[in-house]
Design a binder for this molecule. Structure first.
Ligand code: ADP
Ligand code: ADP
Length: 234
């Protein structure tokens, strides 16, 4: 069965339809890129997957199991479980400014997973090294470039051992060179078999890295397929 199943996800804001019954199956290890004009609903769809937005109706299953009861307020427990399973990286990095890079990556593990400080910091160091920032562990985030901060945010999300990672325009706030560092880390993550849903304006990323590109407009999936199919042959 697909790892993630979206069934007829519908979302309205104040009576305006933003997502029109979106259905989508994503297999484990698949990288799906969402492209399309601004206002198409890409970001809202991504946010529905981890309940940063509550869908108006529809069903969301992970590993064949319903995650939360849609159209009722999710319980604290349901939300905690979902946020553990699904990690998210935003356009803005949202790091804590007053603690070190290492603590930024360790703290959520302590709070959410109940890991000991030692265990959390070891795992944080391992992940910071993996994203090329082992040498920044003791620095404050403000001493890091935007591209480095985004890589720290990726390490922080991975530290909770998610099954699925969501990326909402992760490079849009960065100039191309720094965005390139982030895209390289994402490409490596994709190669490890992580399931990834990525909203992006980076057509080259969608083309080169995604297994599937989904083109959205007006709250609907207009077209989807292998990138060469959606973009045309190179
Ligand atoms: P995209 O990511 O494709 O640019 P969004 O999902 O951000 O599209 O937005 C889709 C539509 O939903 C837009 O018209 C946007 O203004 C609207 N929208 C998004 N979030 C909200 C909100 N919290 N309240 C009201 N309207 C919203
Ligand atoms: P993006 O599409 O890049 O994610 P937006 O600028 O569309 O960002 O939205 C930023 C934030 O504003 C989001 O939290 C979104 O839910 C909210 N938002 C977007 N459009 C509206 C709107 N029309 N009314 C209220 N909130 C909105």
């Amino acid at each position: 069965a697909p790892q993630l199943q979206l069934k007829d996800i519908h979302k309205e804001f104040n009576g305006n339809t933003v997502l029109s019954d979106i259905s989508l199956d994503v297999n484990a290890g698949e990288v799906v890129a969402f492209i399309g004009p601004s206002g198409a609903g890409k970001s809202t769809l991504l946010r529905c997957v981890n309940y940063l937005e509550t869908p108006s109706s529809g069903e969301l299953l992970i590993d064949g199991k319903p995650t939360v009861k849609i159209a009722s307020k999710p319980t604290r427990n349901e939300l905690m479980n979902l946020r553990r399973q699904v990690g998210m990286v935003f356009q803005s990095f949202n790091l804590f400014p007053h603690i070190s890079v290492l603590r930024n990556v360790a703290l959520p593990q302590e709070r959410v997973l109940g890991r000991s400080r030692k265990e959390a910091e070891e795992r944080a160091m391992e992940l910071l090294t993996r994203v090329g920032l082992g040498d920044k562990a003791d620095a404050r985030p403000s001493k890091c470039s935007g591209g480095q901060q985004q890589r720290i945010a990726i390490a922080r999300a991975l530290a909770l051992d998610p099954e699925i990672m969501l990326f909402d325009e992760p490079t849009s706030a960065l100039d191309p060179e720094l965005g390139g560092e982030v895209l390289a880390v994402m490409q490596e993550l994709a190669a490890t078999g992580m399931t990834m849903l990525v909203v992006t304006h980076e057509m080259s990323f969608a083309r080169r890295v995604s297994d599937r590109t989904v083109f959205m407009a007006d709250g609907r999936i207009v077209e989807q397929g292998a990138p060469e199919q959606v973009f045309g042959a190179p």
